[in-house]
Design a protein around this ligand. Structure first.
Ligand SMILES: [Zn+2]
Length: 168
């Protein structure tokens, strides 16, 4: 996906996330959107830095890089929160929304993984695909937040809540 697609995805995801995490629709919803907006957009722009150095769709498009972004706010406190989500949504959009996949296990394995749902980045359907994928991501987040916890053992739910509080 191109930069425009990644920004569209990150902006819509941030707004949707505000409503999923805080459905009241009042000032606190907008505060949540304001909180996640910048880090998610910045995170979504980050992986394509590897168009300028290294190998595109490999060097910064892999799980070890995502792990660094997930781990940073956990180990270093209130810094760079939510940037990991921008990086993750970039990977999801590249894998499901564009023809070429990404090298998830780089540098250990060069193979690029993608899904046949993708279109070329110049396709006239690229934006429609981006919006559909964003809607599916938000549905996934809503399931995680509202549906899944009641089917998990209380210990795991507590552990998840504690870790989400660390990240959120
Ligand atoms: Zn990319």
């Amino acid at each position: 996906m191109n930069k425009r697609g990644h920004v569209l995805n990150a902006v819509l995801l941030s707004i949707g996330l505000g409503y999923v995490l805080d459905p009241s629709g009042d000032v606190s919803t907008f505060a949540t959107i304001a909180e996640v907006f910048l880090p998610v957009v910045l995170g979504a722009l980050f992986p394509d830095v590897d168009t300028a150095f290294g190998r595109h769709r490999k060097t910064l498009h892999n799980l070890p890089v995502l792990l660094v972004f997930v781990a940073h706010p956990i180990y270093h406190g209130g810094n760079l929160q939510w940037v990991w989500l921008g990086v993750l949504t970039h990977y999801v959009l590249d894998m499901f929304g564009s023809r070429r996949g990404i090298a998830l296990f780089y540098p250990f394995w060069d193979e690029e993984f993608g899904f046949p749902s993708g279109v070329t980045t110049s396709s006239e359907y690229a934006e429609v695909v981006t919006v559909v994928i964003t809607a599916l991501e938000l549905a996934g987040v809503a399931v995680l937040v509202y549906v899944l916890p009641q089917y998990l053992p209380p210990g795991i739910t507590r552990l998840l809540a504690e870790n989400t509080a660390l990240i959120a």
